[in-house]
Design a protein around this ligand. Structure first.
Ligand code: HEM
Ligand SMILES: [Cu+2]
Length: 603
């Protein structure tokens, strides 16, 4: 009989280099002009993202007041700016969920892997993608602002908007694919120059994420090129709404992970250092990202349980496979909690609550990210309900849905990006964060506001209050009575609008004041990239690496598997839909006021 070793026996050593445990230092870039240009293009992406968020966030409270039964859209000043609630909602959804995320991620995930590899990328190309993405944004913005693309952020046909909206949005997505291509190719070059080496963690996470985007965005690309553009340019007599919607959710489901995983990169790689702890396990972080690459893309049909002509079998298969996402999510939750515990212990925390009291609660960068994670616990749990075949009908198209995604993308992602900005902007510009106390307050206000919002909206949804509805203008007594039961959740939602307005104003004050302040520091020295030490590193040479590291390293092969899985899961469904395609004419809903609703109208 063998005797198991006592727990304090050191684990057997792998052949890892001794300094593999130490915090990484970004490879030096000697060419100052190149580094300045790289930082500048990143700054442009990030600043454009936050300008979009600023406008989008200012519109949010107007919607929240609607869900408190207060219709502010009749106010004459507002009426002059926005034709209807739906125009406000379309701008809010597009600017926050599509523009802010796309620009921030394109900047963040271009900069991180480039610095991590110490690579020299083609800066003309990098600036070209920024200019192209911004041109796409401007082209799409004109019809949006003129109320000619009031289509909500999902632009479901047969709602039909001005062609410029579709063209602009397509250019934006195409630009992001070019960023993805540039990063993936830079990594392929790095692999060639460093044979037998393990890809550094941040690069690994960034490249796998861009690969995931290159698989999942194909749905949207197909929707734009094969369905929407031929239709709005009159090359097709009509549109099949179901095909368009299925292609939309091919991208639309995985896009939420495209938004979320850039926040995970910060939580895994940088937050441990910022909190004073270490990364728990690099191989585990790699496994998580590979699982997202393979599992997030082929499972979008849980958004279509109520749609006809998709068999229940496929709906069930997509549901069960959707639930697999719980595995990398829980891996992440436990890893990050481990890093935070490590941080708390390093700072003298002992006992059950030592972890809670010994973290750097005065640092807005840390606090913002921790609160974002707390919010995501509720978001993840709600997501399991939302994706369930049995529960979905209860909350489908109710206020529950915006309640859910404001604590996921609206807080877990957005608040993490806000917290990142508190160090990233000084890192890129050499400026110092203005008013750190206001920054800290803005993080708490955002979190508290979103908690009020989430409780209010989930609750209203359970009571049957529909989403995307100007419920505050409903006059029919029968509806009024129905909504009477929702007075408490309505009040919570209204209060959340006020708190979130304060949160937004304080955050944007800090951000814009910082951006406009003078440059005072050598950015590289004053705010270096916050790489963390590692408890269980992946090592540098593949030969000495663990089986898990070796299995996750061939990202190109895993990428091919991801394509195959999508073909397997969507092929039969789309085949059946195209065989039974039925084209319908476009409709102009919401163009101005109710009176102008009509189908087959001229744009
Ligand atoms: C001040 C903070 C915010 C408030 C008060 C707010 C409020 C709301 C409300 C009440 C709705 C529901 C409207 C309806 O269904 O009729 C909504 C929709 C939406 N919000 Fe927010 N929001 C805020 C921030 C954000 C952020 C940060 C994001 C994403 C990054 C976001 C993304 C969206 C999206 C995608 C929709 C759905 C639009 C649609 O259904 O077409 N919001 N928001
Ligand atoms: Cu989904």
């Amino acid at each position: 009989m063998t005797v198991s070793p006592p727990y304090d026996t050191p684990a057997p050593q792998r052949t890892l280099e001794p300094d593999a445990y130490r915090a990484r230092v970004a490879p030096a870039i000697g060419d100052a002009a190149y580094l300045a240009s790289l930082k500048k293009v990143t700054q442009y992406y990030v600043a454009t993202a936050f300008i979009a968020l600023f406008i989008g966030v200012l519109l949010g409270p107007l919607q929240a007041f609607n869900y408190a039964g207060i219709n502010v859209y009749e106010n004459p000043i507002l009426k002059a700016l926005l034709k209807s609630y739906y125009q406000g909602l379309s701008l809010h959804g597009v600017l926050n969920a599509l523009v802010f995320t796309q620009f921030f991620i394109s900047g963040w995930l271009l900069y991180l892997p480039t610095r991590d590899m110490g690579a020299r990328i083609n800066m003309k190309f990098a600036w070209g993608t920024y200019i192209m993405m911004t041109a796409g944004l401007l082209i799409a913005a004109v019809p949006l602002l003129l109320n000619k693309a009031t289509l909500l952020y999902t632009f479901y046909p047969p709602m039909e908007g001005h062609w410029a909206f579709y063209v602009g949005a397509t250019i934006m997505v195409a630009a992001s694919l070019l960023v993805a291509g540039q990063v993936v190719l830079t990594w392929v070059g790095w692999k060639k120059q460093n044979p037998g080496q393990v890809t550094p963690l941040v690069t690994f996470m960034s490249v796998s994420l861009w690969m995931m985007w290159l698989v999942c965005s194909l749905g949207l690309v197909a929707e734009a090129l094969l369905v929407l553009l031929p239709w709005v340019f009159g090359l097709r007599p009509g549109v099949d709404p179901l095909i368009a919607k299925t292609l939309f959710w091919w991208t639309g489901h995985a896009i939420v992970y495209f938004w979320l995983l850039p926040a995970y990169i910060s939580w895994y790689a940088f937050l441990p250092k910022q909190a004073g702890g270490r990364i728990v396990s690099e191989p585990l972080a790699r496994l998580t990202f590979v699982m997202f690459l393979l599992n997030s893309t082929p499972v979008g049909i849980h958004h279509q349980y109520a749609d006809p002509n998709i068999s229940n079998t496929w709906k069930m298969i997509h549901m069960f496979l959707t639930f697999l996402v719980a595995i990398p999510s829980l891996l992440t939750a436990f890893s990050i909690a481990g890093s935070l515990e490590d941080a708390a212990r390093a700072r003298g925390g002992r006992g059950l609550f030592g972890m809670l009291t010994h973290l750097p609660w005065k640092d807005p960068v840390v606090v913002g990210q921790i609160l974002a994670m707390v919010s995501f616990i509720g978001g993840g749990a709600g997501g399991i309900i939302t994706a369930s075949f049995a529960f979905s009908p209860v909350i489908h198209n109710t206020a529950w849905i915006p309640g859910h995604f404001h604590i996921t993308v609206g807080t877990a992602v957005t608040q993490t990006f806000m917290a990142i900005a508190f160090w990233l902007v000084p890192h890129l510009t050499g400026k110092r964060l203005v008013a750190p106390k206001v920054a800290l307050a803005s993080m708490w206000l955002w979190f508290i506001g979103m908690m009020f919002f989430a409780v209010g909206m989930h609750w209203e949804g359970l009571l049957g209050v529909p989403r995307r509805a100007l419920i505050s203008a409903v006059a029919l007594p029968i509806y009024k009575e129905g909504y009477m039961h929702s007075q408490i959740p309505m009040a919570l939602t209204g209060i959340s609008g006020v708190i979130l307005l304060l949160a937004g104003l304080s955050f944007f004050y800090v951000l814009f004041a910082t951006l406009l302040s003078p440059r005072v520091d050598d950015a590289e020295a004053a705010t270096p990239l916050p790489y963390s030490e590692t408890i269980s590193p992946a090592g540098r040479s593949l030969r000495g690496a663990s089986p898990l590291v070796r299995a996750t390293e061939p990202l190109l092969a895993l990428w091919v598997v991801a394509f195959a899985l999508v073909a397997l899961m969507y092929g039969p469904v789309l085949m059946r839909l195209t065989q039974n395609a039925s084209l319908v004419p476009g409709c102009n809903y919401y163009t101005t006021v109710q009176s102008e609703v009509g189908c087959n109208e001229q744009r």
